[in-house]
Design a binder for this molecule. Structure first.
Ligand SMILES: [Zn+2]
Length: 209
């Protein structure tokens, strides 16, 4: 009789493909979670409260309303949400220096969480980066893309907002409504925001001649 077995210790199967990725403990979560220099987060093997061995796994981050990747880390049964770019900055650049509390993205891409793309900066530096790269709205028309990188061009604009003189991403607005609707039906799609909004964007722009 054949049995699928979990015995056999750990496997080194993946090690050859991840050699170039450096992992460090998440400060405050040493021994539980690690974060890598390309912005991935993983849990380590552990024994759960019922004494079961649990294999560590790479987290699948969601994206928050500001366009940052976020993960929930558990400690003593309490889940806390963190921005991935902050975890990378803390692990690879140490704690934030006085007056520079923001983990900023050098290239202005809020989803590029490579350690080398991040630095601790002031609120001012953070805004300068986002303005320079067109991802920050200060109320004037400097934005060219939404935080999820959909171009803010017709027809990808929320009509009511456009009439009032500012641009809002129609793909993301439709996605928020879609996810809220699914939530009312008991389905949580919040970690699929990027995928769904990209599809909506393709649909909206697909209607353009
Ligand atoms: Zn968008």
């Amino acid at each position: 009789m054949l049995h699928w077995s979990q015995k056999g210790g750990h496997s080194d199967r993946r090690s050859s493909t991840v050699d170039l990725e450096t992992w460090k403990p998440v400060p405050g979560y040493e021994g539980q979670y690690e974060v890598s220099d390309i912005g991935r987060v993983r849990s380590l093997d552990r024994v759960d409260p019922r004494g079961q061995r649990r294999k560590g796994q790479v987290s699948r981050p969601g994206i928050d309303s500001r366009g940052y990747r976020v993960v929930a880390l558990s400690k003593n049964g309490v889940k806390t949400r963190f921005s991935v770019h902050r975890l990378v900055a803390l692990a690879f650049h140490g704690s934030a220096p006085e007056g520079k509390p923001n983990a900023c993205h050098k290239d202005g891409d809020s989803l590029n969480n490579c350690a080398e793309n991040l630095y601790w900066g002031s609120q001012f530096e953070n805004m300068q980066d986002r303005l320079r790269h067109g991802t920050y709205s200060n109320g004037t028309e400097t934005r060219t893309h939404c935080p999820r990188q959909h171009p803010l061009q017709a027809p990808n604009l929320v009509a009511s907002a456009a009439r009032n003189g500012y641009r809002a991403c129609r793909s993301c607005a439709q996605t928020r409504a879609h996810i809220q609707g699914a939530k009312r039906r008991g389905k949580d799609l919040s970690d699929q925001f990027q995928v769904i909004s990209d599809k909506k964007y393709a649909q909206i722009m697909g209607g353009v001649q």
